[in-house]
Ligand binder design. Structure first.
Ligand code: HEC
Length: 235
């Protein structure tokens, strides 16, 4: 009797096991299971965002600023508030007060102990214009090695555009630049010209870089031709 019960139980367990295995096999036949080629999630967006061309495309400030979203820019500035006040006469915190930052001299706010890097930058670049601010805020440590500003940077161009439109409403001393659609229309040409310009005209930086950039080719070639000619002439 007890043997029979044991057999029944064992049979039931066996049958259940067989049914589970059988179902798995059956479902494998019905639903094709694909193996992921790479484990984990593939986030395409991240790759695109880190792509060079997007980040390097020149921004035509005169075109984008008048239509920028100032309210969105104020939201972006929330990231800066832990270190910067923006109101006129606001106190310096970890970073200097930002009133009238657009058009101010870099490292030029009273009562703030700037890094040597910022002081040096200010000596070379007398005005925080849109292009310089954008480049600095995009990646402070890269744009200004040695800066005290411990902020990772705003990688998205539209964040910087909206932010700068907002900062402009806070006591800016320079106007929006005139639109220069030609610069924005030919980003590829600009990008190609950039290395040549960098060699030919190392001092051309900031918003005025576009006109010298086109002149960079000939200007860059002139000394090279001269240098090549010089030894020949000397012999
Ligand atoms: C962790 C603190 C911190 C955060 C966050 C931060 N900053 Fe700064 N910022 C600093 C410090 C410190 C300096 C001074 C840098 C130096 O002297 O090298 C500075 C300097 C600056 C300057 C130059 C000021 C001048 O008087 O020349 C600008 C412009 C600026 N920050 C903008 C921003 C903006 C815009 C954001 C937000 C997107 C931001 N910062 C976020 C700490 C911060």
């Amino acid at each position: 009797m007890s043997d029979l019960t044991f057999n029944k139980v064992a049979g039931a367990v066996l049958a259940t096991g067989l049914a589970i295995v059988g179902l798995r096999e059956l479902s494998a036949g019905v639903f094709a299971t694909e193996k992921a080629e790479k484990p984990g999630y593939l986030i395409e967006v991240a790759e695109e965002a880190s792509g060079g061309p997007v980040a390097e495309a020149p921004i035509d400030w005169g075109t984008v600023l008048p239509t920028a979203d100032v309210a969105a820019g104020e939201m972006v500035f929330a990231k800066c508030k832990s270190c910067h006040t923006i109101d006129q006469g606001g106190a310096n915190g970890t970073g200097p007060n930002q009133w009238a930052i657009v058009g101010r001299k870099p490292g030029g706010h009273e009562g703030f102990a700037y890094s040597a890097a910022m002081v040096e930058y200010g000596a070379k670049n007398p005005v925080w214009d849109f292009e310089r601010l954008s480049e600095f805020i995009k990646n402070p440590a890269k744009d200004m090695p040695g800066t005290k500003m411990g902020f990772v940077g705003l990688k998205k161009p539209e964040d910087r555009i909206n932010l700068l439109a907002y900062l402009h409403t806070k006591g800016a001393t320079i106007p929006f630049p005139a639109p220069n659609p030609a610069a924005a229309a030919a980003p590829a040409a600009d990008a190609a010209a950039a290395p040549a310009a960098a060699e030919g005209a190392p001092t051309a930086t900031g918003s005025t870089a576009t006109p010298p950039a086109t002149a960079g080719g000939p200007a860059g070639q002139a000394p090279a031709a001269g240098a090549a000619a010089a030894p020949t002439a000397a012999k």
